[in-house]
Design a binder for this molecule. Structure first.
Ligand SMILES: [Zn+2]
Length: 170
């Protein structure tokens, strides 16, 4: 008899614990961001070579850098959105673009933090932070901490990595 009561108590405790776990799991699910994470594009370098121009392939896939003051966007002031030249993911808005004087298009923030990836780059004897497209992994440029307000950041981006679309300004 006594044994029976103990098992009932144990059962009640187990059920209570399960309920607690379920409620907490549901709460955790609600806390997830509404927008799903970026779905990555994985193409072989051979595929990219067919899709991209020679300049785009050199910069986006081989971490190349265009010569300053030669790109199409360093002195470009139209209102709109700059998307990834390889996969068209929106990356930067004209509203965050500023004249850095470096000869490369410069922005103080990406259009969405989830649309870019930042990686430490120790190449060429320097410690820099590389900026890549979060969807296709294409090399865009580097980010430095000598930018203007409000972020103090300077996203120094190759024109070749971008395509301008004169609409949907955020
Ligand atoms: Zn991309």
């Amino acid at each position: 008899m006594n044994k029976m009561r103990i098992s009932q108590v144990t059962l009640a405790a187990v059920l209570g614990l399960m309920g607690y776990i379920l409620v907490n799991a549901a709460t955790a699910a609600e806390k997830k961001p509404a927008r799903p994470a970026i779905t990555k594009i994985n193409r072989s370098e051979a595929e990219w070579k067919k899709i991209l121009t020679a300049d785009e392939f050199y910069v986006l896939r081989q971490q190349g850098t265009e010569r300053p003051f030669t790109g199409r966007y360093h002195d470009h002031h139209e209102k709109g959105t700059y998307v990834c030249a390889a996969c068209k993911l929106p990356l930067f808005s004209s509203s965050t673009k500023f004249d850095s004087g470096t000869g490369w298009p410069s922005f103080f923030a990406p259009i969405d933090a989830k649309h870019v990836e930042e990686l430490v780059d120790n190449s060429h004897g320097m410690r820099r932070v590389e900026v890549r497209c979060a969807r296709c992994g294409g090399h865009l440029g580097h980010v430095f901490d000598d930018g203007p307000k409000p972020t103090g950041l300077r996203y120094c981006i190759n024109s070749v990595s971008l395509k301008f679309e004169g609409k949907s300004v955020r």
